[in-house]
Design a protein around this ligand. Structure first.
Ligand code: FES
Length: 287
């Protein structure tokens, strides 16, 4: 794990990590690229970093969406939903992040499984892209299922087409040529055709991953999801990211973030996010 976390440097250089690019992909979803060569050298699909937008911001985990090992850059797609992500969203190239720590968590298991379905929505479209690329390199038949509420919220579809064997697009309102409705529903339909699927990986909001787990539970296909509980230290010390998987307590930051979707206590996971909603609303208003 590399950490870029200091206020000053002994050599007098500016501290923290430099933002190289900040770009809105679709409304409320940005891609942020920073210079972080030590992390770029080691990062693997599925791993994440923890950053702070400024000295007073909370620590926030983001799955890494792309990297360039030679250029030493790391990119993360994030959704602006709370105060911290909105603070991050207004930063510009040249601004510096006081904290940028990683790679954290275990990499996603990568192998030649056969046919792999990747199902993603919102920030998960970006988060799953490196996995799609690597799984294809390993010889898998990769089916990328990308969902959004409407066509103007879809992004990186061409990037997916460049690394997937098939791309299935769905929009909740049917505004895109493709399928109408939520991704997990189309996943159920795909499984119902009897087509041989060897692994399913889902990344998106907690509810979307819960629905993915429900859609695949009876199919017998191993389904992996990347959990995104609240995190603080990211090193297994604070307990904030506690989840229950297979009846055992796990910490998403060090034991995950990827887990067997059919073993997760979803009720507990969903309920542990609720207590902070009111505080988050106050925080945004104050900011
Ligand atoms: Fe603290 Fe995982 S974030 S234990």
């Amino acid at each position: 794990m590399e950490t870029h976390e200091c206020k000053t440097t002994t050599a007098g250089h500016p501290a923290g990590v430099e933002i190289l690019e900040q770009r809105m992909l679709v409304p409320n979803v940005n891609v942020l690229t920073v210079r972080a060569p030590a992390i770029a050298r080691k990062i693997q699909p599925g791993q994440f970093i923890i950053l702070r937008a400024d000295e007073r911001a909370e620590r926030m985990p983001l799955t890494v969406s792309d990297w360039d090992r030679e250029a030493g850059t790391v990119s993360c797609v994030f959704m602006q939903v709370g105060t911290s992500t909105q603070k991050l969203g207004v930063l510009e190239p040249g601004d510096r992040l006081p904290t940028f720590v990683g790679p954290l968590g275990h990499p996603l298991e990568m192998a030649n499984f056969g046919t792999v379905v990747l199902t993603s929505g919102c920030y998960g479209i970006g988060a799953l892209y490196p996995a799609a690329r690597r799984l294809r390199e390993l010889g898998n038949h990769v089916i990328g299922m990308v969902e959004a509420r409407s066509n103007f919220l879809l992004y990186w579809v061409e990037k997916y087409r460049s690394v997937c064997n098939e791309v299935i697009i769905s929009t909740f309102d049917g505004s895109k040529p493709g399928k109408k409705g939520e991704g997990p529903v189309h996943l159920s339909d795909l499984l119902a055709t009897g087509r041989k699927i060897d692994r399913i990986i889902g990344v998106g909001c907690t509810f979307m991953m819960y629905e993915t787990a429900r859609s695949t539970r009876n199919s017998g296909v191993k389904t992996i999801v990347s959990l995104n509980p609240i995190m603080i230290d990211g090193t297994g010390m604070c307990g904030a990211c506690r989840v229950v998987v297979g009846g055992e307590t796990k910490f998403a930051c060090v034991d995950g973030p990827d887990f067997d979707a059919h073993q997760i206590d979803w009720e507990l996971l969903l309920s542990r996010r609720k207590p902070y909603m009111e505080a988050e609303a106050v925080s945004i208003e104050n900011w």
